[in-house]
Structure formats: C-alpha cells, structure tokens
Write a protein that binds this ligand. Sequence first.
Ligand SMILES: Cc1cc2nc3c(=O)[nH]c(=O)nc-3n(C[C@H](O)[C@H](O)[C@H](O)COP(=O)(O)OP(=O)(O)OC[C@H]3O[C@@H](n4cnc5c(N)ncnc54)[C@H](O)[C@@H]3O)c2cc1C
Length: 363
Amino acid sequence: MSPKSLIVIGAGPGGYAAALEAAQRGLAVTLIDAQEMGGTCLNRGCIPSKFFLAHAKPAAEAFTPIVQLVHEKDTVLATLRQRMEQAAKSASVRRITGTAALVSAQEVEVTTAQGKERLKADAIVLATGSSPIVPASFPRHPAVFTSDTIFAIDYLPAHLVVVGGGYIGCELACAFQGLGSKVTLIEKEKSLLATQPEFLAAAPVLQRSFEKRGMTVWTGTEVKTVVPADSKKLLVTCSNDEPIEANALLFALGRRPNVQGLGLEAAGVVLQNGRIQINELMQTSVPSASFSAYRGQGSGNGHPASPGRNSRGNELRLHSPLYLCATGSRGHRLIGSAGAVSGTQDAHRPLPLCRQLQSPDRR
Ligand SMILES: Cc1cc2nc3c(=O)[nH]c(=O)nc-3n(C[C@H](O)[C@H](O)[C@H](O)COP(=O)(O)OP(=O)(O)OC[C@H]3O[C@@H](n4cnc5c(N)ncnc54)[C@H](O)[C@@H]3O)c2cc1C
C-alpha cells in the first residue's frame, strides 16, 4: 500500500526535494530540520563556495572587505532560503525546526525550542546529510576552520593553509587565493582529488594550474602539528619538515554521515561501516525508513560522477554534479513504487535555487 503520510528528516537538497515531490503527489508531509532550510548545500556548501569563487577576484580588485562579501553572501542565502520556505508552504508541507530522532520505524520525536513533540507517519525519509571531519588531535581555535565555519570568516588571512586536496579544499583554496590570501594546499595522498579516481588524469593538470597562479601545493605531505601562537597565528609542521606560519587553517578532510543521535537502533535501521545500509530502492533495512541518496551521506564525501553501485554492492551512490540536484525521474519511480519514498537527483536537471543564484547583483 502506498504511504499517505511522510516525515522527512533533513531539509537539505535531498530532503527538501523529497518533501516537495511527495507533497505534490498528495502525501501529508512534515519536513524537519534542526537548522535552516537548504542544508549544507545552501548554507555551508555548494552555494556559498560558488559565491566566494565567483566573487573573489572582483572583490579583491575592488578592495571589498571580506566582511562585506560575507554579508552579501548571507543576503543571497537568506533570499534563497525564504523562497524555499515559501515553496514548501505553498505545497502544504509542514515545516518544523527541531532535532529529530526515530522512536520506532514509524514514529519520530522532535525537540524544538518549545519542547518535545511525537509524530507518526506511514513512511520516513532520512536525509540528514553529513558533517566535516576534524581530527580530535588538532586544536579547537578561532583560526582553525572547516567548511561549516569558513564562510562566516571576519578577516582575510594573509596566509591560509588548506589541509585536504579534495574538491572542497581545492575550491576554497582557489577562492581565498582569488581574494588575495597566500595559500598553501596540503594533501597527504600523492595527488589532488585522490578520492575521485575519475579525476586521476586531471589532477596533475589542476595542480600545475594552481602552482602557476601562485599557490603552494604539497602532495604526499601530512600535517603533523598545529600549534596556536596567538588568536590569528598558527605554527604548522608537516612531514616534509618545512614549518609554516599561518593566519588561518582550513580542514577539508572529508565528511562523515550524520547518524549519531538519530535513534536508528530504536527503529532497527542497520548501519554498515557507519553508513545507513540501503537497497536499490534506497530503502533501509526497515521498510518504512528510506534514505536520501545524496553522496553527502551515502558515501561520506561528495561529488560528480554517474549513478552506480559500489563494490560493496548495496550502497547506491548517486553523485551530485555541480549545480545539479533536483528530484528527477528516479525519484518519481521510487515514489510510485513499493511505498518507498526518497529524495534523489537527476543529473540532467539544474537545481532551481542555483539558477536563481546566477542572476542577482554582481553578475
Ligand atoms: C564547501 C562545499 C561545496 C560543495 N559543492 C557542491 C557542488 O558544487 N555540487 C554538489 O552537488 N554538491 C556540493 N557539495 C555537497 C553538497 O552540499 C551535499 O552533497 C548536499 O548538501 C547533501 O544534501 P543532503 O540533503 O543529503 O544533506 P545536507 O545538505 O547536509 O542536509 C542535511 C540536513 O539535515 C539536518 N539534520 C541532520 N540531522 C538532523 C536531525 N537529527 N534532526 C533534524 N535535522 C537534522 C541538517 O541540519 C541539515 O540541514 C558541497 C559541499 C561542501 C561542504
């Protein structure tokens, strides 16, 4: 029997798309997120990083202070969030701001500013995304950032050290170099983008182009220690024995699934290597709890490629290409079949909010 009601946990591109799609198909939908609408992508990921990339050079040429750039970015994000909230409202999606945990396979407890509420639904979509990995051995310090915090930075670091040469590290290294920071990009593997084999041939070309534009790139190098000297100075030592004095350090070491405190055990959802185990229909081991197959959670880090299954067989990996993550035909099929509901993406349809980003202000 098809579900009539749906709870979606997580209002990032996965959960949001699933919620709207399900509402359009007549389900009574509740969309829960502990933070703001839009998830990592809109608030701490794709959109701010593309904003920084696009505006870095013009901002540097116009001597725009970074706080102003951050403010302009915040204005764009607020507009996009507002449009998403409005679209959810128009689709009669009930929106709750709070932290959700499964109580059973069809029941969720939400903790909001007002207190706790229990909700029931025929189906549940888990779209809780992922968070940046920060090794516990490195200090918590105002000059140490992750992608969750760097987009709110209030000073332009004279020297930024980026640890991790994946796509997030590469993008942010470029953005800050464009803004005028000296940038050292450090990657422990032998090449940049090492976790994405599809970029094996492109990685050395990328590295050369970074070096040509004045960036220092150390591959095959590991950061050993990060010692705070003052509030905006860090002493960094690496396996190549070249000490660095940095004014900010960005950890871009990959992401881990947000599964802690989600009550997965209570609902009987099985994890595999710390990730939610799913079948080809993105259903978890419990039929009513489906999983939003954004790579943010499905495989922990991120990015372009084509849909496929990994070598472990039962984790579906849909990779989101730049700016492409609207619910597509696969989502339709899932919603239409077997009572499974899931947010997913279509590699050929642009994400509407990204299209909107291209028009305003400075472009
Ligand atoms: C710097 C950066 C740049 C990126 N650039 C791109 C790009 O160009 N193209 C691209 O395709 N991808 C990009 N990504 C990846 C993209 O952001 C993620 O793939 C995408 O956001 C994943 O969407 P999601 O809906 O699965 O999860 P998320 O966007 O992470 O949303 C999950 C939501 O769940 C909420 N949540 C978690 N736990 C709970 C709970 N217990 N209760 C309530 N709410 C909860 C969180 O608050 C969050 O809002 C980038 C990521 C970063 C960090």
